[in-house]
Design a protein around this ligand. Sequence first.
Ligand code: AMP
Length: 548
Amino acid sequence: MQALMMNSQLMISSILKHAEKNFPDVEMVSVTVDNPRHRQNNRQFARRCRQLANVLKRLGAKFGDRIGTLAWNDYRHMELYYAVSGSGMVCHTINPRLFPEQVAYIINHAEDRIMFVDALVLPLVEALKEHLPKLETVVVLTDRAHMPESKLPGLLCYEELLAAESDEFDWPEFDENTASGLCYTSGTTGNPKGVVYSHRSTILHALAGSLPDVTGASNLETSLPVVPMFHVNAWGAPYAAMMVGTKLVLPGPKMADGETLTDLINSEQVTVASGVPTIWLALLDYLSANKMTVPTLARASVGGAACPRIIVERFRNEHDCTVVQGWGMTETSPLGTVFCLKKGMENLTTEEVTDLQCLQGRGVFGIEMCIVDENNEELPWDGKAFGALKVRGPWVTRGYYGLSDVPGDEDCPVDEKGWFQTGDVASITPEGFLKITDRTKDVIKSGGEWISSIEIENAAVNHPDIAEAAVIGRYHPKWTERPLLIVVTSAGKTLGREDVLGFLQDKLHKMAMPDDVVFLDELPHTATGKINKLGLREIFADYEFPAA
Ligand code: AMP
């Protein structure tokens, strides 16, 4: 028997319509190159989105076209998110921090004909233009007064285009499985691969992400996504916030600037902010160096890389702010797991709660997960057994753009049983908390035992004089591989090998103690702010452990 429910398609434009009707006066505050504090409300936002939809039509964009963006977190990028997807095109967000060759590869692979580019990123497009044969139209995200000098012919000005269009536009309804967004993963090996989101996956992800035990997004909150809109849709904040009427504060190009972030949090009364650990360490350092605090900030969401304990402790002790760690990937939209205590955990000590915050969180409805051993046998959720992590669900990718989506094929990340192979190694506690121990390729195999590089790194960065730490496995004649710890000390501090080993002595089991500690002025990072282990392996390619 068929149900009698309406078959309304899940459309991104419906979020916009909902926000305009229900939260017309909710503000969106942005930092842009041409305005340090731009403000508009959702009524103005929705009107400009309709004008932008008319601009896209006038520029000749067709249903299904990929529209490229090279932009920071601000209101114009938000307008692109809604107008592009809402009119049936694919919002292709590109990370400007990737290597220029990768940016060119991505633009060509996606066949972007029209691109919207922040003025600060224009030099990148100028430098690449001759390698982008399909690119026809470049729109600069600014007004006439701030249009940069450029040798690119036919550059268009965003505000001029918008001003010339009517604010009437009927958002079309079409199949909810239509592509709405495209984001390439910045893999450390091989070419970047495109993950294609749909209207349906985006809406389900935003709904699940807004549940009270997930982000608890609400009309009462003010949210500062420091995680970039060019990387996995800023973890879905642009959709969830409009759905529930959260005020958005968008830091523009100032994502790594402690002073601007502090000012935004305090002047706009931000209650929740999200970002990768590096951003939070920088902000915490800025706050303590300037003897400042962020009284309104109740929760800091951390993801993208393991959250060092020191971040949890400093946010709690210095700012009375709860760290909420989550795990996810470009391929999972990204929401997979998020920290939240369970009933019965009310009486845990602060230390015990901190232990749980340092794990990657619990499963969110919609994401099924399992861990398997080398024979693909499922492992128990006992907090001890660890193996390859697999997930599946309606906002997990089933293939990459232009590659095979036939489960089991070499190019397809999904196995015959329909599980997406994350490439992460993890254990899961009996309470369902995920503990990521490594990327499959970063695991150190020492005398047959698996050693977690993340565990050693986390222990090391808790040293007050260590700014950053990374662990890679290096060849060892007896154990095959042993951990090498690479350390960057905090500004003005010096440490020796023995100081670090002494500090780690009671924090790691014997097998995980690094065989050597070396110091660098800085670590190589990927374009998404993660430590580039491949780069480190190249630097230490000829490294040999000192004789015991
Ligand atoms: P990306 O697709 O670039 O966002 O990278 C996804 C990868 O980042 C995951 O597969 C993990 O290896 C890593 N990652 C994301 N969140 C966490 C976390 N909370 N702890 C440890 N690793 C994480």
